[in-house]
Design a protein around this ligand. Sequence first.
Ligand code: ZN
Length: 317
Amino acid sequence: MKTRKGLLLLLFSATSALLSARSAYYSSKAYSLSIQYTDEICPGDAVIFNMTVTEGSESIMSLDGTAFIKLIRDATGKSPGDSPLFTVNHSPLVMYGAIPLSTYLEEGTFSLKVTYTVTNGIRMEFSLPVTVTSKDFVEEVLYLNETNTAIKTDNSPQRAAQIDKLNAILDTTDTSNIYYDGPFSYPVTSTRRTSFFGDRRTYKYNTGKKETSLHYGIDFGVPEGTPVTACGAGKVVLAEWRNSTGWSIVIAHMPGLYSLYYHLSKMEVSEGDYVEKGEEIALSGSTGLATGPHLHWEVRLYMNAVNPDQFVETTLF
Ligand SMILES: [Zn+2]
């Protein structure tokens, strides 16, 4: 993953060499944009984009809902994703957006189309180059005993309601959820990983049947009772029992960006609590569907599981 920084000077009624700005007839003011975005990326990562208006911010309307980014594959014109741009600071004006990429996305060259609105409602557009490189994901087979098979194949209304509730939370893009304070930290000090993000999993049931799925997070093989810390500042939006993931915590960090902690033995925060980066929130365990004690840590962006390591290395804005 690489991040490119640059200062783009945009002049209305002028076309910069770096981009094409559609600006037809509005020419009374100029402004400068300082842009930082991920220009080289792997499948399963997120394209993270922010722009700061360093000059002439009165020319740019900061209204959320009018600005967005969209990734487009150069060869086909098809889009693997887009994101709204949120105002995360007003003076200077800073807008941020992030596009989750599927772990199945094929490598290639893309254009990141940036669209926003300036005074008088004029729409502006420019494009930035993005390269998606290839990445190999691990294949793994998990053999489930009778108890774990029962959990995995549980079709009870209770489990269905738990899944619906979690999905409704993860599908929420609350523009007031701006708590992110820089790169995430790892939720445990141990670096021992027993499963990786994006593993292609096959569950083999004790009944002889099997099911394939994708591993959405990172599993840290830590003993029961290991302190678990919040990877970043945020608001606890779920802290309760779930049949498949045991004692579970979800923290909101940014609009549409959440971290999840599963299989805990003890919860030390409640829904509605605000937490700081590095604050202890729970003890690890092996509750729910677990073949041994571990912490499952996951990052979701607009419902999509994204590579948690990227968020440890990246500042959003
Ligand atoms: Zn896991």
